[in-house]
Ligand binder design. Sequence first.
Ligand SMILES: NC(=O)c1ccc[n+]([C@@H]2O[C@H](COP(=O)([O-])OP(=O)(O)OC[C@H]3O[C@@H](n4cnc5c(N)ncnc54)[C@H](OP(=O)(O)O)[C@@H]3O)[C@@H](O)[C@H]2O)c1
Length: 293
Amino acid sequence: MSQTLLVTGAAGKLGRLVVSELIAKGGSTVIAGSRDPAKLADLAEKGARTARVDFDDEASLAAAFAGVDRVLVISTDAVGEPGQRLAQHEKAVKAAVAAGVKHIVYTSMPKPEPGSAIVFAPDHYGTEQAVKASGLAYTILRVSWYQENFLMSLPNVLASGQWFTAAGQGKVSHIARADVAKAAAAALASATSESVTYNLTSEEAFTTDEIAKIASDVFGKPIAVVHISDEQLKAGLVQHGVPEAMAGFIACFDTNTRLGGVTPPTGDFSKLTGQKPRSLKAYFETHKSDYVK
Ligand SMILES: NC(=O)c1ccc[n+]([C@@H]2O[C@H](COP(=O)([O-])OP(=O)(O)OC[C@H]3O[C@@H](n4cnc5c(N)ncnc54)[C@H](OP(=O)(O)O)[C@@H]3O)[C@@H](O)[C@H]2O)c1
């Protein structure tokens, strides 16, 4: 039986990819939801219905969630104000229950439990708890860090030839955003009513030294990895003009990695999609021009 699937945050980079995956799969009614449906014209042209979905506007949720069988709640980018993002997600869960949605899929993060060094972990952990308490069947996707996050830091590393890190020998298994979209689309379009938590990673995890070696080989530039403390990393960022709060935000990722706060590789991506995830090396190779001008 054809299901009606809603993707929130459909104008975002992940949401767009998920909607495109669902349309390509066919066999279901796909609703792309965004704060600004005008940004969804290309997805509407491909065959998606569109709806206004703003977690801060409960009336928009009641209207958009009506008649929906399964919803993918994409976590928002409101990481600045403590509590704001969790409140947004809780409203989305509440609206799903009120509308009689059968299954909720949520994009969480690795190991969000209390004790995580990641400053926004409580948003994800709190949302997971709200999803579990909702009584709806659920699929929680604990998404590892995107390979695409390297766009924020690696160009500077390549330019300077130095990579300052507090991650020590901690390892991360970065995943392609497009692979997260494939897994999310598979979870949403599935007929399962089982409640499961998946950890989405690629097949290998690397230390910063290993990532530097891969990047150096692919981009043909030398990278010296300099191991420093959390405090030194924060101070260095501040010295380079990064505001204190932002420096703490950036540095917490290294702390978390060093302390083993990221999930080791799992086969969950392949379980959901039947495919192999893109490797970090393949990502660097196919996006070389984004890194080396
Ligand atoms: N795993 C990682 O490494 C990683 C990295 C960055 C972010 N993330 C998380 O994953 C999410 C998706 O990643 P992305 O790359 O697609 O990020 P993005 O392009 O920055 O998208 C931000 C998302 O937040 C949604 N949003 C913001 N305010 C909202 C509101 N009031 N109500 C409903 N939705 C709202 C946006 O939806 P509309 O614009 O369509 O309303 C959009 O989908 C991010 O929002 C963030 O929570 C994960």
